[in-house]
Design a protein around this ligand. Structure first.
Ligand code: NDP
Length: 471
């Protein structure tokens, strides 16, 4: 049985194999699938150090951060396996006065074969957000990992085949973007895409040709807002982790910070003090690693140079602190809101910090972005502030915690994408809703028949007024 298909092998073959697996996999009961998914989770957990090593070697993330990523991914896998039956299984719903003779029920059925296209920056957490939920919902999956992290994808496929030896319910196809493009046109029943907004647009265009539905988990430009009533130490700690961890290569990374003028100086001092202790390097003591994609360094440099040219000031790091693939922590202040460092996804260990007079101003700037993925707010009125901001998720008095809570969905708005992974929404994302009515006894009011009499027509007029005319 094939679990991993080498570059150049026909994507169509993989999808054909997946079709057979999908019928068998969908035919299992929810608890039978759950048992297998739980065994897969056990293997991943027991061999996590081996997997963390591959993540580290492929994309440069420090090993402890790779372990953290695996831990978070397993939480969601456990949730999907445990809750799929409850969320998706058939359940009765009420019928109405006019349809009282009908028993009504609803279930969420698997789509069939789901193609998953993943990025390299969180090569376990992000693809498993789609793969675990698609499998738990009863779909077969063909997964194309990023060419920068193929080994992680292959490892996952092999581990899955150990617990599901009968059919290739999860296959991994490696190769570059052209393999992803082929997968989009292969006749799969849905594409779960995680990656940049620019590639997401290409994926959508390709999928439009065959009306293949898509889930889009794309880029972000997340803000952290600190109000005068917020905890400055906690906000500084969150900003530094949110902007610098994984060398800033995080879709939900903090890239912009808006701080109330009353606490601005204190926040800036504390943030610089914390960030200056972090170094980018390849040594065991270095908290962040290299920028994974060579081309990204040029983008980061361009954003920093543009910010400085437009009047921004470097208070830590800056364009001169870039050496090869290593970008040292960088903090910019006084950066105009139309600079690239504020409007575009930088995807490096950098943040802009802006002073605001009111929370209205912070909200206005945050909402000005065409991205709307995540948000952090530190304030005694954090929920009220978050409620006025357009974003797929929001964390009050902490950073990114909504992404770690298995009951909550994750996804974006605007150019950050659409559709959801995680939670009940994440399961439904890989299904279609199936409505079923069963006639329990003949209707007292036969409506959908040419035998309908004029007496019933008059009764309908009366009923319409009685049921809806009072409003
Ligand atoms: P890319 O958009 O470059 O690539 C994503 C995936 O798409 C890769 O597997 C890539 O393959 C593949 N691909 C490339 N071209 C095509 C194509 N024409 N058709 C189909 N597939 C294609 O993103 P990155 O891998 O660089 O990931 C970083 C981006 O992902 C950032 O923008 C980040 O914000 C976003 N992201 C979003 C998340 C979210 O939850 N919203 C989570 C994590 C990341 P290959 O790499 O082999 O070229």
């Amino acid at each position: 049985m094939k679990t991993t298909i080498e570059r150049g092998t026909d994507v169509a073959d993989a999808v054909r194999t997946a079709r057979v697996a999908a019928t068998w996999w969908a035919g299992l009961a929810f608890d039978e699938r759950a048992q297998r998914l739980d065994r897969w989770r056990g293997i991943i957990a027991r061999r996590a150090p081996e997997l963390a090593e591959i993540i580290h070697l492929e994309m440069g993330k420090p090993r402890p951060d790779a372990m953290l990523e695996i831990a978070m991914a397993l939480e969601h896998l456990a949730w999907a396996s445990k809750n799929a039956g409850k969320v998706l299984g058939r359940r009765s719903v009420r019928s109405s006065l006019l349809t009282i003779n009908q028993a009504a029920s609803l279930e969420y059925r698997p789509l069939g074969v789901v193609g998953v296209i993943g990025p390299w920056n969180y090569p376990i957490f992000t693809p498993l957000g789609s793969i675990s939920f698609a499998l738990a919902a009863g779909n077969a999956v063909v997964y194309k990992p990023s060419e920068f992290a193929p080994g992680v994808g292959e490892w996952l496929g092999r581990a899955f085949a150990e617990v599901v030896p009968e059919h290739s319910a999860l296959q991994v196809i490696t190769g570059d973007g052209s393999v992803g493009a082929e997968l989009c046109r292969s006749g799969v029943d849905k594409i779960g895409f995680t990656g940049s907004t620019a590639t997401g647009k290409k994926v959508m265009a390709a999928c439009a040709e065959t009306l293949t539905p898509v889930l889009m988990e794309c880029g972000g430009k997340d803000a952290l807002i600190l109000d005068s009533t917020g905890n400055v130490d906690a906000a500084a700690d969150a900003a530094v982790w949110g902007a610098l961890s994984n060398s800033g290569q995080t879709c939900l990374g903090v890239e912009r910070v808006y701080v109330h003028e009353d606490v601005y100086d204190e926040f800036l001092d504390k943030t610089i003090a914390l960030a200056s202790k972090i170094r980018s390097g390849s040594g065991a003591q270095d908290k962040i690693g290299p920028i994974t994609m060579p081309s990204q360094v040029d983008i980061i440099r361009r954003h920093l140079t543009d910010a400085v040219a437009k009047g921004g000031r470097v208070v830590l790091g800056g364009p001169d602190a870039i050496s090869g693939q290593y970008v040292q922590p960088t903090i910019l202040v006084d950066v105009p809101e139309d600079s690239l460092a504020v409007t575009e996804e930088t995807f490096g260990p950098t943040m802009t910090i802006a002073k605001v007079r009111t929370m209205d101003e912070a909200i206005m700037h945050t909402n000005a972005s065409r991205y709307a993925l995540g948000l952090s707010v530190f304030s005694k009125s954090g929920v009220a502030i978050a409620d006025r901001i357009r974003s797929g998720g929001a964390s009050v008095n902490s950073y990114v915690m909504y992404a770690a809570i298995p009951n909550l969905p994750l996804g974006g708005v605007g150019e950050s994408g659409f559709g959801r992974v995680h939670g009940a929404d994440g399961l439904k994302e890989f299904t279609y809703a199936r409505a079923l009515s069963r006639q329990r006894f003949p209707s007292l009011l036969p409506l959908t028949t040419f035998r309908r009499t004029t007496r019933i027509d008059s009764l309908i007029r009366v009923l319409i007024r009685a049921l809806h005319g009072r409003h």
